[in-house]
Write a new protein. Sequence first.
Length: 126
Amino acid sequence: MVKKFVWLNWLLFTVFGFSTAVAIFFISDNESPSYAEEFINGYIFFVFLYVLYLGIIALKYWGNTNQTEIKIRMIRFIRWFVVLSIISLIINIFKQNSNGSFDFLFTPLGFSFGIAFLDVLLMKEK
């Protein structure tokens, strides 16, 4: 059963990566094809369902894991978040158009979450 989920997770992750690249191309291209708007709408729907699926799978995994692993992953998440936030803050200070908001924290939050927890969804159980 775990093998099926791992294969499905990798397949969905690959589709997500490919469709993200195509969506970025459509958004950045001035002369997009006529079906670009439908693709973007479908992409948004797919991302919503994919995030919902990943959340369900993660909750199933976390229900069966021990407290030590949760603690290790949370410490790893906090460390990466602090380091990436400091780097982002330094970059934000030197940018000319910084407006004093905390928008610079969203990217470190996503990256640190991915670094700490993505392997849970894409790797087999040991």
